[in-house]
Design a protein around this ligand. Structure first.
Ligand code: NAG
Ligand code: NAG
Ligand code: NAG
Ligand code: NAG
Ligand code: NAG
Ligand code: NAG
Ligand code: NAG
Ligand code: NAG
Ligand code: NAG
Ligand code: NAG
Ligand code: NAG
Ligand code: NAG
Length: 529
């Protein structure tokens, strides 16, 4: 084991000298935004600017919407889109990372992380929980003096996991610690980023469980890290740019503890409530790991993985799925897979169950992503989000890609860290929005063009259009002049004649019994531009 490390160290010293300091990023990471990508604009919601979502569907993908956290455009936002790529909701201004549909105490909710991100690991924020009216119902804060007191909350951006055990979430956190790093070629008075798991009660912010990787270096030693050499990519190992040996990027509560992923050891771990690491599955044998427990079957290797999740579990076996990023650096483009593994805890073996990829359109992302199994009307389908590559794909139960969504250039700054797909019915407390102007139609002559939208109202089927032309229309009432079916986030129609007052009424979409909801009455703006 140590002879291998010495070989590595020889390389470290030639490479580190070339790179200048900076916050932790990846060497060669693209800094320019990439080719321009069209953004959607809406007359009734001028402030919303989600990227255009291109879809390519070749099979039945179900009706449930897709939840994305759009980063890298001028408006970072959580968005919900239909399988055909039509916007249903856009919200949050800042960083709604990991926008996740869930159920809390039997009620539909969305969770998301919001806060400040510094580089790829450091992030300090809270977990926001919204109800199906998009109202904030909990702002879950992680506060622990051991993490510091500079930030209002210390939850890390990498995880937002609702446990299903009452109102409890699991998240991760980072903590800078001093240590001697000379055994991996770093400074004697070195610094590194520890990664922690926290379980928190959403109602009280009480910490119910806390676990630190560094405190368990008897089973997860720093020498298991592949995050070398020291430099811009993994940190210099000093106090301004601590070394990032673990990079915890998922943590899930399971019946008897937690399953978590460390990208920088290419390993998935299981820890029980008393803090003992009971098993660890190493996806790569490129560096020697201290504890080897599993017999790895054919094609079970993975590396630099994300979003390790247990789909089903008994005391003796489990199904583990993860994004096998298979790339260490942004300059690498090895193919990324959705990997499903059968783990047998009796004979300690790992067998490949599925390795999903779109042979016609392979994707290679160096980081980020999620891999989830669906139920409901897309039972046993899988959804892969390719992280830093702004692509989401759905695969059917036989492993065929049946839907592709792209929402940014493949080499650019737009991305969604994870993607989810689940049933969702949103009933915003806001009113529908309307806008109208006058124009001329070749056949009908002068017309009033009407735009209608209702951000987040997923159930709207169409719109009644009410118009008036007398100066007292606003007080004596408008006349219903037409109706239109919903065609997308914003629906447009033209009504013959030149009217001055306009109102729209949704056909459905409001929470029962008030399903049809009216907008304000507004003045037509004038001639269309
Ligand atoms: C840490 O190392 C980087 C790169 O050499 C350097 O820019 C920075 O000043 C160092 N910080 C400290 C506290 O020495
Ligand atoms: C988001 O915030 C920016 C700057 O704080 C502001 O310019 C922009 O209008 C906001 N967008 C939305 C949708 O609120
Ligand atoms: C989101 O985080 C930003 C930055 O920390 C903060 O200014 C903003 O108030 C937060 N938004 C909510 C809804 O908590
Ligand atoms: C392991 O952690 C202990 C304290 O928690 C520390 O004394 C020891 O140096 C660490 N060992 C390594 C190899 O980091
Ligand atoms: C922790 O729990 C595991 C599994 O339940 C058990 O095997 C182990 O002995 C416990 N360790 C301690 C220190 O209590
Ligand atoms: C492993 O992958 C290779 C190449 O894709 C394939 O030929 C082989 O059948 C796979 N083996 C198993 C056990 O899945
Ligand atoms: C699984 O293990 C737990 C704790 O050891 C035990 O209570 C439970 O009965 C076991 N379940 C099965 C199906 O063996
Ligand atoms: C990418 O693929 C190449 C060729 O198969 C392999 O040598 C390399 O180790 C892979 N990179 C990573 C980070 O796994
Ligand atoms: C372990 O058991 C599984 C069945 O659960 C079997 O498929 C596999 O071949 C066994 N592996 C070893 C190494 O015995
Ligand atoms: C609206 O949709 C219904 C049902 O799909 C259809 O019968 C009707 O013709 C549509 N109306 C318009 C104005 O397109
Ligand atoms: C909503 O509007 C539609 C179309 O005008 C109508 O058929 C339906 O009865 C209305 N629903 C309610 C609850 O008024
Ligand atoms: C319509 O009347 C309401 C209530 O008097 C008023 O607040 C609103 O500004 C009026 N709208 C227009 C377009 O005049």
């Amino acid at each position: 084991m140590f002879s291998c490390l010495c070989l590595l160290l020889a390389v470290i010293h030639t490479v580190t000298g070339q790179i200048s300091g900076g916050e932790i990023g990846w060497v060669g990471e693209p800094t320019d935004p990439g080719p321009a990508w069209p953004l959607q604009t809406f007359v009734t919601e001028p402030i919303l600017r989600p990227p255009v979502i291109k879809t390519d569907q070749s099979g039945p993908a179900g009706d449930n919407p897709i939840f994305l956290d759009i980063q890298g455009t001028d408006q970072q936002a959580g968005i919900i889109v239909s399988p055909s790529g039509s916007l249903l909701w856009s919200g949050g201004n800042g960083s709604l990372v990991n926008l996740t549909p869930e159920t809390l105490n039997g009620q539909p909710v969305m969770l998301a992380w919001n806060g400040t991100t510094i580089g790829h690991l450091e992030a300090y924020g809270s977990i926001l929980i919204f109800d199906d009216s998009y109202e904030l119902i909990y702002d879950v804060k992680l506060q622990d003096p051991e993490l510091g007191n500079e930030w209002p909350s210390y939850a890390n951006t990498h995880e937002v996991f609702l446990t299903g055990r009452g109102s409890v979430v699991v998240t991760t956190a980072v903590r800078k610690g001093p240590t001697d790093l000379s055994f991996v070629g770093g400074p004697t008075e070195g610094y590194f980023w520890d990664c922690l798991i926290y379980e928190i009660d959403v109602k009280t912010n009480q910490v119910l469980f806390k676990w630190s990787t560094a405190d368990h270096n008897n089973t997860v030693p720093l020498t298991d890290s592949r995050a070398l050499p020291f430099g811009v990519g993994y940190g210099w190992g000093n106090t301004t740019f601590p070394w990032n040996p673990y990079h915890m990027n998922s943590a899930q509560a399971v019946d008897d503890g937690y399953v978590f992923s460390l990208r920088h050891t290419s390993t998935v771990y299981h820890v029980v409530p008393n803090g003992t690491v009971t098993w660890q599955i190493h996806g790569s044998n490129e560096t020697p790991q201290m504890i080897q427990q599993f017999q790895m079957g054919a094609n079970t290797s993975f590396s630099w993985q994300h979003d390790a999740r247990v789909a089903s579990k008994s005391n003796s076996s489990l199904e583990l799925h993860l994004v096998d990023n298979n790339n260490e650096l942004p300059t690498q483009h090895n193919e990324t897979y959705g990997l499903v593994l059968a783990v047998d805890l009796n004979n300690m073996s790992v067998t490949e169950m599925a390795r999903l990829k779109d042979e016609k359109d392979p994707q290679g992302t160096f980081a980020g992503g999620s891999f989830a199994k669906l139920d409901g009307d897309a039972d046993s389908h899988w959804v892969i989000d390719y992280g830093f590559v702004p692509v989401v794909k759905e695969f059917d139960a036989a492993g065929n890609c049946i839907l592709t969504m792209q929402f940014g250039p493949k080499e650019g700054s737009i991305l969604s860290y994870r993607a989810f797909r689940a049933e969702w019915h949103g009933y915003p407390k806001t009113k529908p929005k309307v806008s109208a102007c006058w124009t001329t139609d070749r056949v009908h002559g002068p017309v009033t063009r009407v735009h209608a939208s209702w951000n987040g109202a997923t159930e709207v089927a169409g719109w009644n259009v009410l118009l008036g032309s007398s100066s007292n229309s606003n007080t004596t009432g408008l006349t219903k002049m037409g109706a239109m079916n919903r065609t997308g986030f914003e629906t447009v129609t033209e009504i013959q004649g030149t009217y001055t007052f306009v109102q729209v009424e949704s056909i459905g979409g409001g929470r029962a019994p008030h399903t049809n909801v009216t907008s304000e009455i507004i003045l037509v703006e004038g001639t269309c531009v």
